[in-house]
Write a protein that binds this ligand. Structure first.
Ligand code: ZN
Length: 445
C-alpha cells in the first residue's frame, strides 16, 4: 500500500503530503471532518488474484516500457534516445506576456510539465528552458492602449503566469529567459545568418531568404508556393520572396528599440527562440516543443534560422500538443473566445483543471465544456479521499513490516498499476490510459 500511495504521488499532479492535498481538495468541496475518521472495510486477508504482470514475460514488459515519443518532423513515434547519455535538453515556446493566460496556455504548460516530470522520473538530468516573449507588436499595442511601459506590462503578466503555473503544480523550468535580456545573443545570431548568406538587409530591416534554404517546409510539409502574403506570411513588397520573414525590424516612432549593426530596432518573433535555445542548450539538443499552431511558421522558421547560423544545428524530437477548442473553433486570444486560467481556478480546484487537461492525449484536440471540469472535480476529490484513506490505514501499522500484513491481491494490484502506468506513459505519454489505471477496482478473485 505504501508503494501504491508513493506512485500516486509521483504521478503528475499530486503534492507530497496527503493531508496538504486533502486541504487543497477542499477548495471546491467542504470536507466533513468525519471523513478523516472513516475507514473502509478491510478486505478478506486470504483473497488473492492473478497478477497481470506475472503473465507478461519480463523482456516483453521491458520493451513495453521503453519511452517512445512522437516526432512531428518524422510524423511517427520514435524510441527516445538523448544526444548525451543521461542528459536531456528541452526547449518549449512560452507565452507572449500581455494578458492573463488562457486554458490553451495551461495545456502547453501541463503537457510539457508531464514530460519534464516523466524524464526526471526516468533519471535524466533535464535542462528545461521555457521563454517569455516580452518584445512583440501585440505587447506594444496593449501597452499603448493602457498608457504603460511595454516591459513593465510584460513583467506583470509574467508574474501572473508564474502564479497560474504554481497553482497548476507545474514545476518551474530550469531557465525562463526573456527576449529583452538576450539582445546580444539575438544580434550575434542574425550576424551569423547574414555572414553565411541566408539573409539580406533593407532600410534597417533584416529578412531571412527562404530561397537560400532548400529544406524550408520540412517540418510543416508546406511548399513555398503555399506561402502567399497575408496567409500567416507578412505582406511586404520589399521582400525577395513573400515567404521571407523578419529577423530584425527597424524601429518605428514610439516603439521600444535596441541598437544593432542595422540601426535601432527589435528582433522578429522567430529568432528569439533560435538564439535562446542555442544559448542554454547549444545548437543541437533533444526536444523542442509547443502548441500545434507553432509548427508553421514559428518552428519552420526556427529550423531554417538555426541551420543557417550553424549547419550542425539539430533538434532530435519536435513535440507539439493539440488545440483546446471552444465549440468548433480553436481557443485563442486573437479570436477572443478564450477562458483564462484565473476564471477557471476561481471556481474549480486548479488540479481539477490539470486533471481535465491530461484526461485527453496531448496530441488530440480537447473540447472545453464546463461539464468536463465538473467531472474532473469529482474525480480529483475521489483520488484525494483514497490517498487520505490509504495514509490512515498505513498509520495503523506504525513502522511494522507491512509485508506480513498486505494481502497478495493488494500486492498484485500495486504491481499491475505500476506496470500499466509505466507502459502508458512510455507510449508517447498516454495520460488518459494512465489515469484509467487509477480507477480499476482491485480484483478479489
Ligand atoms: Zn518559440
Amino acid at each position: 500500500m505504501a508503494q501504491a500511495t508513493a506512485w500516486l504521488r509521483y504521478s503528475f499532479f499530486l503534492s507530497p503530503s496527503a493531508s496538504h492535498s486533502l486541504y487543497l481538495a477542499r477548495w471546491r468541496y467542504p470536507l466533513p471532518s468525519s471523513l478523516l475518521l472513516k475507514r473502509k472495510a478491510k478486505p478478506p486477508i486470504s483473497a488473492s488474484s492473478p497478477s497481470s504482470t506475472s503473465n507478461v514475460a519480463s523482456t516483453d514488459a521491458a520493451a513495453l516500457t521503453v519511452f517512445h515519443l512522437h516526432n512531428t518532423l518524422t510524423k511517427r513515434k520514435e524510441p527516445f534516445r538523448p544526444t548525451m547519455e543521461g542528459k536531456v535538453g528541452m526547449y518549449v515556446c512560452g507565452i507572449t506576456a500581455y494578458n492573463l493566460s488562457h486554458i490553451g496556455h495551461a495545456r502547453v504548460s501541463v503537457v510539457f510539465d508531464v514530460l519534464y516530470r516523466y524524464l526526471k522520473h526516468l533519471k535524466y538530468e533535464v535542462i528545461y528552458v521555457r521563454n517569455f516573449t516580452d518584445v512583440d507588436d501585440k505587447i506594444i499595442a496593449r501597452a499603448n492602449e493602457l498608457g504603460e511601459d511595454p516591459l513593465t506590462l510584460c513583467n506583470r503578466y509574467c508574474t501572473e503566469f508564474q502564479s497560474d503555473m504554481a497553482h497548476l503544480h507545474c514545476l518551474t523550468p530550469t531557465v525562463e529567459p526573456r527576449v529583452s535580456t538576450h539582445m546580444s545573443q539575438i544580434i550575434h545570431m542574425i550576424k551569423q545568418i547574414l555572414a553565411n548568406g541566408f539573409a539580406y538587409s533593407i532600410d534597417g530591416d533584416v529578412y531571412f531568404s527562404v530561397d537560400k534554404y532548400p529544406s524550408y517546409g520540412q517540418l510543416s510539409g508546406r511548399r513555398l508556393e503555399d506561402n502567399q502574403p497575408g496567409q500567416r506570411v507578412a505582406v511586404d513588397s520589399r521582400k525577395k520572396n513573400p515567404a521571407d520573414f523578419a529577423l530584425w525590424k527597424a524601429s518605428k516612432a514610439g516603439e521600444p528599440f535596441w541598437e544593432s549593426p542595422w540601426g535601432p530596432g527589435r528582433p522578429g518573433w522567430h529568432i528569439e527562440c533560435s538564439a535562446m535555445s542555442a544559448t542554454y542548450l547549444g545548437y543541437s539538443f533533444d526536444i523542442h516543443g509547443g502548441g500545434m499552431d507553432l509548427v508553421f511558421p514559428h518552428h519552420e522558421n526556427e529550423i531554417a534560422q538555426s541551420c543557417a547560423a550553424c549547419k550542425e544545428s539539430n533538434v532530435s524530437y519536435w513535440v507539439h500538443n493539440g488545440f483546446v477548442d471552444v465549440g468548433s473553433e480553436k481557443m485563442s486570444k486573437s479570436l477572443g473566445n478564450f477562458v483564462t486560467i484565473r476564471q477557471v481556478i476561481d471556481v474549480y480546484h486548479p488540479l481539477a483543471l490539470r486533471l481535465f487537461l491530461i484526461g485527453t492525449h496531448y496530441r488530440s484536440t480537447i473540447s472545453y465544456f464546463i461539464a468536463q471540469l465538473e467531472i474532473a472535480s469529482d474525480r480529483l476529490y475521489y483520488i484525494y479521499e483514497t490517498i487520505c484513506n490509504c495514509d490512515i490505514s498505513l498509520n495503523q501499522f506504525n513502522g511494522e513490516n507491512l509485508k506480513d500484513y498486505v494481502p497478495k491481491y493488494i500486492v498484485d494490484c500495486i504491481n499491475k498499476f505500476r506496470f500499466d502506468l509505466k507502459k502508458s506513459l512510455a507510449d508517447d505519454l498516454r495520460t488518459p490510459i494512465a489515469l484509467a489505471s487509477f480507477s480499476e477496482p482491485p480484483s478479489y478473485s
